[in-house]
Design a protein around this ligand. Structure first.
Ligand SMILES: CC(=O)[C@@H](O)[C@H](O)COP(=O)(O)O
Length: 256
């Protein structure tokens, strides 16, 4: 898989928040084989010392860093945070979150497009956290985004793919755009489902960080992502309403 001209080895991307300890985080990353870690710039820069230690930890994971603007509720906040991220991590990549609704953490579609346009013009390579809305997707692509990150479900819910029809439509409308299902996944089977539908990768955080055994859960997700991708590439059969015998009757010996 390629994003912005960079080959990404693993189709599993992991967040770095909410782990019980730095050691557990590092072990979860090791077991996951994830190639990209997303890091919340705004949240982690609260205390300066703690922030610096966290940046070191993130860099030490040995994976590509995708800084994010989690927690930003306005265009201004998101753009400022993106600039901070570029300085901290020396990368043009930014996972752009502009949250528009406090209860659902749903992206603000208007702010998202505006912030994406500003950041692309400023040389950023933007990974927008979006919904399954095809019109919004079209606007983000026109703004210069080369990858989309539609939600599976609201962040932190673990509900899985709540709008399969919408996600299927989005995938079908933009078959050549790299798409990462981001947020709301709770179980490896849900990640496999996204991959079977032809999404290029998944990004998750809470399901692994909050599992009783985060490293084992990371391993489970890694296997599910691989299985789902394999199934997609194997060109699955079409489901059908009518039964069809899987064992042929031609040549069968009749004993009556
Ligand atoms: C880590 C991050 O970027 C989150 O904002 C992301 O969207 C993950 O969501 P879940 O925690 O639901 O997996």
């Amino acid at each position: 898989m390629e994003v912005y001209g960079t080959a990404v080895a693993s189709r599993l991307m992991l967040g770095t928040a909410q782990y019980p300890s730095p050691q557990v985080l590092a072990e979860a990353f090791r077991r996951s084989g994830a190639g990209i870690a997303t890091v919340s710039v705004r949240r982690e820069s609260g205390g300066e010392k703690a922030g610096a230690a966290f940046w070191e930890l993130a860099r030490g994971l040995g994976v590509a860093i995708l800084p994010n603007t989690a927690g930003c509720h306005s265009v201004k906040e998101a753009v400022t945070t993106a600039h901070m991220a570029r300085e901290l991590f020396d990368t043009p990549w930014i996972k752009l979150e502009v949250i528009g609704h406090a209860d659902t953490l749903q992206p603000d579609p208007f702010g998202l497009v505006e912030a994406a346009r500003i950041l692309v013009e400023d040389g950023f390579q933007v990974f927008p956290y979006t919904t399954e809305d095809v019109v919004l997707a079209d606007r983000l692509l026109s703004a210069g985004c080369e990858v989309l990150m539609p939600w599976g479900a609201p962040i932190g819910t673990g509900l899985g793919l709540t709008n399969v029809y919408g996600l299927r439509t989005l995938r079908a409308q933009f078959p050549d755009v790299p798409m990462v299902v981001d947020a709301g996944l709770g179980l490896p089977s849900q990640a496999a489902q996204a991959m079977e539908m032809g999404f290029d990768a998944v990004l998750l955080n809470t399901a692994v960080a909050k599992a009783g055994d985060p490293a084992a859960m990371a391993d489970g997700f890694a296997r599910a992502v691989e299985a789902g991708r394999l199934a997609f590439e194997a060109d699955p059969m079409e489901p059908r309403d009518m039964a069809a015998p899987s064992t042929p009757v031609i040549g069968k010996a009749f004993l009556e």
